[in-house]
Design a protein around this ligand. Sequence first.
Ligand SMILES: C[S@@+](CC[C@H](N)C(=O)[O-])C[C@H]1O[C@@H](n2cnc3c(N)ncnc32)[C@H](O)[C@@H]1O
Length: 243
Amino acid sequence: MIIQILSLFPEMFYGPFQNSILKRAQELKLVEFRLINFRDFTLDKHRMVDDIPYGGGSGMVLKPEPIYRGLQFAKETKPEAKVVLLTPQGQTFKQQTAEQLAAAEHIILICGHYEGFDERIRSWADLELSIGDYVLTGGELAAMAISDAVVRLIPGVLGSDESAQKDSFAGNLLDYPQYTRPAEFEGLCVPEVLLSGHHARIEAWRREQAILRTALRRPDLLAGAALTEREKQFLRQELDLKI
Ligand SMILES: C[S@@+](CC[C@H](N)C(=O)[O-])C[C@H]1O[C@@H](n2cnc3c(N)ncnc32)[C@H](O)[C@@H]1O
């Protein structure tokens, strides 16, 4: 997969992209990041990427021309690349969006800054994504979050493919509670079943805990989870007890 990122601050990406899973994914040649500074596509001597808003108001607005030319350059190799505009006004980025993007061969992320984009830039995007209901200074942190969530889903990137399948949100459930050694610490004990060595019982317990945890913390997700009748009954019993 090729991820091209149009940004005024490409150096912001160097730390996050040169560590951990993203570093390994590049070493394995499963992903290639290309950082493009759209200031390089200005034609005036001051290299201006922004200007005052028509109609007045505070702040500066990103001009269309440098981003347009930067986008044309990014699309040269693959004109059908998926173009994603990062904006707090976009649809909220979720695990399902990450799964869809992970199947693409080539995506282009456009990071805004200042007061935002000239509205015409929106017409060149296939998708507008927000990473949550808050306003960041620029799209760079959003591009990093999205790149990380997408790349770890590319087959072969994680040590074991299973670990992505069992993460929170896969199958619309949160992850089950995890424990490691010691079995007791400061009076807090690991549940007996996890020490039993009984694989089937452990799997059943984990599934129940994932369902219960989702019901208590993120009931909005449960409607999309495929629960058996027995699991629904378990949940009804547990919730009765807990309320
Ligand atoms: C200061 S923000 C501009 C916000 C704009 N005035 C608005 O209210 O929609 C500058 C840039 O940061 C990025 N950004 C800010 N918050 C974001 C979010 N929640 N998700 C994705 N990108 C975001 C966008 O690229 C945006 O153009």
